[in-house]
Design a protein around this ligand. Structure first.
Ligand code: TXA
Ligand code: MG
Length: 344
């Protein structure tokens, strides 16, 4: 198919809604990352998502809604905590796992009896869902295993020729995918950290667990969905995360960078502004100030994709403190690096 890339004006959103209602695939902006949407109640349309992404069928999708009334199409019972969270954090970067309604297609949930639901905080996304009149099932609009796209051009790179249309909207403001919160356990548990942080959730719910997958490799017995086991966010380059006091990290970066360049490898440093000034002239990609971890979240995926575009072979990345949205940034970095972390 020919993939149309269109500015997300009203007429384009109308057309996108028609495509989705007819079983087609449309990529659209959200505040987290671009999503690849299909009619979330149509098994066949959802099959197309897995095909276009090359996504393993055991990795479940998130249903996107524009209105609380849509919840009843997806879940038989809205947990009390979910109502409180929705009131506080929707629209926003929080996906809530609830018991699923029987009409939700089995491929959306990868056969699980639960479903992840979120209301995105983006005018184009909300208008698109509203015009479709059904929930939109949407994973991130990248090829499976690649860093998520935070602008339409990145979607085009991965999805051109594979989907019907891309709605070109604003650059994603959060830049990492939504927090995935499982409410179907004894204690609510963050399966994937994101823009709505553990600190924020605890303030609202009290006790909230963080799944060990947030910062470590896990095995089958620990996974809440098989999707948690897949490799993710990986650039083509080998990537090493360096953790420790900034002064020591900077020294080690210089050492490893010089060595790698001497070996003839195309090498890139990704770090904070504060670290970059300690590199004695070595070039660095600055994610942002260490005082503004939300800026680092917003730029990380674009830098990983840029490294691919520049054919980089080794990425040296500075670890970030795991407070607030820093946990989400560190989670994505560690996965991109396949948990290759060095303490210095
Ligand atoms: O911000 C986001 O969440 C973006 C935008 C487009 O909304 N979407 C996104 O979707 O990141 P995706 O498919 O890339 O990630 C969905 C995550 C996966 O880690 C999947 O395993 C988890 O949600 N998930 C979905 N349904 C689940 C369920 N019923 N139980 C456990 N995990 C689930
Ligand atoms: Mg994804």
């Amino acid at each position: 198919v020919q993939t149309k890339l269109v500015h997300a004006g009203d007429a384009a959103i109308e057309e996108a809604a028609r495509i989705i209602k007819n079983g087609g695939l449309v990529a659209f902006p959200t505040e987290t990352v671009y999503g690849l949407g299909a009619n979330g109640l149509d098994f066949k349309a959802v099959e197309g998502i897995f095909k276009a992404k090359g996504r393993p069928s055991n990795n479940p999708l998130i249903e996107h809604i524009s209105h609380m009334d849509m919840l009843q199409l997806l879940t038989e019972h809205v947990p009390e905590e979910a109502k409180v969270l929705a009131e506080k954090f929707w629209p926003g970067p929080l996906s809530i796992i609830m018991p699923k309604e029987k009409h939700v297609p089995a491929n959306v949930t990868a056969g699980l009896n639960t479903v992840a639901i979120r209301m995105p905080d983006d005018a184009v996304a909300l208008s698109l869902i509203e015009k479709c009149g059904v929930p939109i099932a949407a994973p991130s609009a990248n090829a499976s295993g690649k860093p998520s796209p935070t602008d339409a051009a990145a979607v085009m790179q991965d999805m051109s020729g594979r989907i019907d249309m891309i709605l070109d909207g604003v650059r994603c403001s959060v830049g990492v995918e939504s927090t995935v919160l499982d409410l179907c356990l004894e204690t609510p548990c963050i399966l994937r950290p994101g823009g709505i942080t553990a600190e924020m959730l605890r303030e609202t719910l009290g006790k909230v667990d963080i799944h060990p997958a947030a910062l470590a490799r896990i095995d089958k017995t620990q996974a809440r969905s098989p999707g948690m086991l897949h490799r993710h966010y990986a650039p083509n380059a080998r990537m090493i995360v360096l953790s420790g006091e900034e002064e020591n990290v900077a020294k080690e970066m210089i050492r490893r960078y010089d060595q790698s360049i001497n070996e003839g490898l195309r090498t890139r440093i990704i770090c904070t502004a504060q670290c970059a000034v300690r590199l004695q002239g070595r070039p660095a990609c600055v994610l942002g100030s260490s005082e503004r971890p939300e800026t680092m979240a917003a730029t990380l995926f674009a830098e990983l994709r840029q490294a691919d575009a520049d054919d980089i072979q080794l990425i040296l990345a500075q670890a970030v403190p795991v407070q607030n949205i820093g946990l989400a940034v560190m989670n994505r970095m560690l996965r991109a690096a396949e948990f290759n972390i060095v303490e210095v």
